[in-house]
Design a protein around this ligand. Structure first.
Ligand SMILES: *[C@@H]1O[C@H](CO)[C@@H](O)[C@H](O)[C@H]1NC(C)=O
Ligand SMILES: *[C@@H]1O[C@H](CO)[C@@H](O)[C@H](O)[C@H]1NC(C)=O
Ligand SMILES: *[C@@H]1O[C@H](CO)[C@@H](O)[C@H](O)[C@H]1NC(C)=O
Length: 549
């Protein structure tokens, strides 16, 4: 839902032993729900790499991550943090709607982000252009400028040609049109490539190298047939000649642990090395258990003069000519590999957007260091009459970003009306409730009476993944947290794909009246997400080492 705040992000241990030229690192580089990555290197902004991924209906949205070494990534800012930037975001009902595949590029002192906002009804994606000179400051993002969409499609790319003109390319079948970035006017699009013949030619990016225009796209759909293919031409408008009919990157028809590989982008580092990012799913060919959905991976690229680029296969253990380890990245955002610990009092990032501000309060009177969530009328399943903008949703969340983790939050809640509810959730999609994914066995609802000694005191609610394939939910009196009561187990396949095919699992806290008259708020505190291990190959979780920020 558009009304959510994403609380934090990422939690992956990556290592980059220094010394040799080729250094080891692990995929994914942006673990957890981070699809359709686009990245660029900006020498002028203190030699920093910037990436963006798709945020769908999450708010704030359009995240920008920054790194100096391609391994340690920090959330630099979100381009979309003010509800008035995109009021439509809160009109939606379906989680696959919202912000799709963006492109990030730097040109003459400005960092640009072009993206599309998608709703199913009425169909007609809107093109949004954000720009900033300070990507480490949410408030510095200008826009979005609404750009004409003559191709009426998605997956925008921005390209500045040798002739000084600016072009955007767009799916499906690839079109290019000249665009005026000051007015948003776009000229009639020219179809330049159909791809190699697979379905869904999309996600275009254009590069100017050695006298050729290279056009990199995704094909095959974003599932296990996904690929990255490439073509080139001496003229931007074509005709484009495809590279020998084969993808330059894919896991299609392989036994690789990283599947669905495609939707790539290419960029160069300060030493001139080429790199590719792409989306991938840690599922193995069975493609059954992948609660973190589509994540961002990095591979080294060899791209000789006048030749086609050659990309390494996506694996958990990689090696490449990484820059020196460097965590000197500004801003207060979360790092990808560390524990995220939020004391509600300091977490202004948890506040909800203006239209539902009444549901949330940080450290309200009498409850210091808590986040108050008042009940929304609907629960997380919602109902047919749900109006996100009006009703709001009493829910805050973060992405699951490590295979094995512990998440917990303390709640003080004293319900008085029938059906009042507060709790935590491991959540994938608004359309599946206890019925789960089709054909999936979902645990029966289980109710435990709260022990008398717990009444009126904060209760710790805990969700853990102690393997990559299942979760455990438990509770304890916060002041005696060693005495946990296990409430239930659930398979991670319930939150893998199904009716939430584009997003990934999130963890969060909610309060609802379940459609009743309840008004009792819940007070949440001591929010902890501890990443413990990351599976980088089938059955191969690597511990994440140091836990503290
Ligand atoms: C794409 O395919 C259509 C239908 O086969 C064809 O008419 C068109 O010329 C092709 N476009 C390009 C740029 O190859
Ligand atoms: C992949 O392609 C094959 C062959 O066209 C098709 O049978 C299969 O259903 C596709 N799989 C997916 C997940 O789209
Ligand atoms: C959600 O609320 C509706 C009423 O609005 C109720 O019928 C449904 O049972 C609730 N779902 C859960 C999982 O509590």
């Amino acid at each position: 839902m558009a009304l959510f705040k994403q609380v934090a992000l990422l939690g992956l241990g990556l290592f980059a032993p220094s010394g040799s030229h080729a250094k080891a690192y692990n995929n994914p580089i942006l673990p957890g729900w981070n699809s359709d990555p686009s990245c660029t290197f900006v020498k002028e902004l203190d030699a920093t790499f910037f990436c963006t991924t798709s945020s769908f209906l999450a708010f704030p949205g359009v995240p920008v991550y920054a790194s100096k070494d391609l391994v340690n990534w920090k959330l630099a800012s979100n381009a979309l943090t003010r509800p008035e930037q995109l009021p439509e975001l809160s009109f939606n009902g379906q989680q696959s709607e919202g912000i799709w595949a963006s492109t990030v590029r730097y040109h003459e002192g400005v960092l640009y982000l072009i993206t599309s906002y998608v709703t199913w009804s009425p169909w007609g994606p809107k093109i949004l252009l954000f720009r900033t000179t300070d990507p480490f400051n949410d408030d510095a993002w200008e826009g979005p400028l609404r750009v004409e969409n003559p191709g009426n499609d998605i997956d925008l790319d921005l390209f500045w040609d040798r002739n000084g003109k600016t072009y955007m390319s767009v799916a499906a079948g690839i079109y290019i049109s000249e665009v005026d970035l000051s007015t948003g006017a776009a000229k009639a699009p020219i179809k330049v490539w159909n791809g190699t013949g697979d379905r869904n030619p999309e996600g275009p990016h254009i590069y100017d190298k050695d006298g050729f225009y290279y056009l990199l796209i995704g094909e095959g759909g974003t599932e296990t047939n996904h690929t990255a293919t490439i073509a080139r031409s001496k003229s931007l408008q074509g005709p484009y000649e495809g590279y020998d009919g084969n993808p330059i990157l894919t896991a299609k028809n392989t036994d690789e642990y990283f599947q669905t590989v495609g939707h790539a982008d290419l960029f160069q580092d300060a030493s001139g090395n080429w790199w590719a990012v792409a989306l991938a799913t840690r599922s193995g060919p069975d493609w059954e258990i992948y609660p973190m959905g589509r994540e961002s991976v990095l591979v080294p690229v060899k791209w000789e003069k006048g030749e086609w680029p050659v990309l390494d296969m996506v694996r958990g253990k990689m090696s490449g000519p990484l820059p020196e380890r460097n965590r000197n990245v500004p801003g207060n955002g979360h790092w990808n590999r560390l524990l995220s610990r939020i004391k509600s009092a300091e977490a202004s990032g948890l506040l909800a957007p203006a239209q539902v501000e009444s549901l949330f309060a940080v450290s309200p009177k009498g409850h210091p260091n808590t986040l108050r969530i008042s009940p929304s009328r609907v629960n997380l399943t919602a109902d047919a009459s749900f109006e996100p903008k009006k009703d709001g949703l009493g829910f805050v969340f973060r992405k699951q970003s490590s295979t094995i983790f512990a998440y917990s939050v303390d709640v003080l809640f004293d319900p008085t009306e029938p059906d009042e509810e507060a709790g935590i959730t491991i959540f994938l999609t608004f359309r599946v409730e206890a019925s789960g994914k089709l054909g999936e066995e979902v645990p029966k609802e289980r109710t435990l009476t709260i022990p008398k000694a717990w009444l009126g005191k904060p209760i710790r609610l805990i969700a853990r993944a102690s393997s990559g394939s299942s979760y455990v939910l438990s509770a304890a009196l916060a002041s005696a947290s060693k005495e946990e009561k296990v409430l239930g187990h659930a398979s991670a396949s319930i939150v893998s794909g199904g009716s939430g095919p584009f997003t990934g699992t999130v963890l969060g806290a909610y309060t609802t009246s379940n459609g009743g008259n309840g008004k009792t708020p819940a007070f949440f505190s001591r929010w902890r997400y501890t990443p413990l291990a990351q599976e980088i190959a089938d059955g191969e979780p690597i511990p994440l080492g140091k836990r503290n920020a």
